[in-house]
Design a protein around this ligand. Structure first.
Ligand code: ADP
Length: 448
């Protein structure tokens, strides 16, 4: 097992990884920008190295600085966390070329799944249904228009290298297709340095259902059930739950097996998530994330399994000792993503946190790097806390979540806690009747 792991990330996820390492007897190295000298992940780690100025491209995305920090501190592995360099195949390759283990999949898998066109081709050959769409990239505006007519409106133009819901354009009429294609290309180029785009049928009422898998690279693959991440704003997840209120046991078993078989055939190693849209009882693959997901704690809550611990173990070469039949799903879990944002305008609200009180009690977990007196810097993602609640069933979970949100105090800055409080009081949510459009088109539109 590793003796020392460098955590190439910040915020709550850096802390999450630190905690797993500590419990495994592994020492940790934090890296940080100058804006994060006071951050909790820096305070708790055994050692820390400043890797650059506040902008992420100069610090948390600065590959030479991070690899040097690992070399100087003698770390034998690097955990990339989520976001930043976690899906950068070149980073994984460089890390391994320096004799350091990258806690993640093989670079070739990061590369192929990071290209969404290749990913769809790969899984479709393995028998997984995908959203109908263009065969590969769109060549030009005329191709986009012809394809839109062929697939049938509405369609969605998406970036091949996309992530975080960016660079997507809905096309409702054929005369919009050329403009949407050009805009999507520009946005994709600016956000991802790659202007390749493709097209999919725009589904009108799907749920976003994703399957967590875990593979040891020795041929053993298991799935840990699904997460329903349909509550989204601008294609970004707001609240997630496991299990999905929309799936029955047979559907869960079926999609879990399909995912496991595909991942086995790929020879994949590590944690991964296959994301699907689910409409009219059909699953359509959209992408695979080759890393830990922000919402992994709800899977941990219903399975009792520490995903980060297992991720570290398989990266160290261990075989999975768990078999699929040993995975028991217990109760219901919900995660609220609490952002430093105004709960209605969603404007970021960086600044000093004057008071901080996290909820507790049975079934309540808070993953956050906040503390009273901490100043949330303006340079990074606005996620500041994840409230994860577990109950024996969905109803108990909802009552507990309401209670936990009432207890949560983050003073001095606006957060999205009030948004979650309103959201979980809605009948459609309580009934589990929502799709990926519901939050924006019904809930937020109503109160505008
Ligand atoms: P990203 O990698 O940017 O997150 P995804 O392909 O995972 O992009 O899609 C993010 C979200 O965008 C999905 O969860 C869904 O809400 C929406 N979306 C993606 N593809 C489609 C589609 N074909 N039809 C309708 N909505 C879609």
């Amino acid at each position: 097992m590793f003796e020392k792991v460098l955590i190439a990330n910040r915020g709550e996820i850096a802390l999450r990884i630190h905690r797993a390492c500590r419990e495994m007897g592994i020492r940790t190295v934090a890296v940080h920008s100058t804006a994060d000298a006071d951050a909790m992940h820096v305070r708790l780690a055994d050692e820390s190295v400043c890797i650059g100025p506040p902008p992420a491209r100069d610090s948390y995305l600065n590959i030479p600085a991070i690899v040097s920090a690992a070399a100087i501190t003698g770390a034998d592995a690097i955990h990339p966390g989520v976001g930043f360099l976690s899906e950068n195949a070149q980073f994984a390759e460089i890390v391994e070329a320096h004799g350091i283990v990258f806690i993640g999949p093989k670079p070739a898998h990061i590369q192929s799944m990071g290209d969404k066109i290749v990913a769809k081709e790969t899984v479709s050959k393995l028998g997984i249904p995908c959203v109908p769409g263009s065969d590969g990239a769109l060549r030009d505006a005329a191709h986009a228009t012809a394809m839109a007519a062929d697939i049938g409106l509405p369609v969605l133009i998406k970036a091949t290298s996309g992530g975080g819901g960016r660079g997507m354009k809905v096309v409702e009429s054929l005369d919009q297709a050329a403009d949407a294609f050009n805009m999507a290309r520009q946005e994709a180029k600016a956000a991802f340095g790659d202007d390749q785009v493709y097209m999919e049928k725009y589904l009108d009422k799907p749920r976003h259902i994703e399957i967590q898998i875990l593979a040891d690279g020795h041929g053993n693959v298991i799935h840990l059930g699904e997460r329903d991440c349909s509550l989204q704003r601008r294609h970004q997840k707001v609240l997630e739950e496991a299990p999905s209120p929309a799936l029955n046991a047979a559907a869960r078993q079926e999609i879990g097996k399909i995912a496991v078989d595909a991942v086995k055939a790929m020879g994949y190693r590590g944690v991964g998530t296959l994301e699907f849209l689910y409409q009219d009882e059909q699953f359509y693959f959209i992408e695979m994330n080759t890393r830990l997901q922000v919402e992994h704690p709800i899977t941990e809550a219903v399975t009792g399994i520490d995903l980060v611990r297992l991720q570290i173990q398989v990266a160290a070469g261990a075989r999975l000792s768990l078999e699929q039949a040993a995975i028991q799903f217990d109760g219901h879990a919900i995660e609220c993503r609490i952002n430093a944002e105004h709960p209605r305008s969603f404007m970021p609200t960086p600044g000093r946190v004057t008071d901080y009180h996290a909820p507790g009690g049975l079934g309540v977990r808070v993953d956050s790097a906040l503390y009273a007196g901490y100043a949330v810097p303006p340079h990074y993602d606005s996620l500041v806390a994840k409230l994860v609640v577990h109950g024996a069933n969905r109803n108990e979970c909802l009552l507990r979540l309401r209670r936990a949100l009432e207890e949560f105090v983050i003073g001095g800055i606006d957060t999205t806690i009030p948004l979650h409080q309103e959201l979980i009081a809605e009948n459609d949510f309580l009934d589990g009747h929502y799709d990926i459009h519901w939050l924006e088109k019904s809930f937020l539109a109503k109160s505008d």
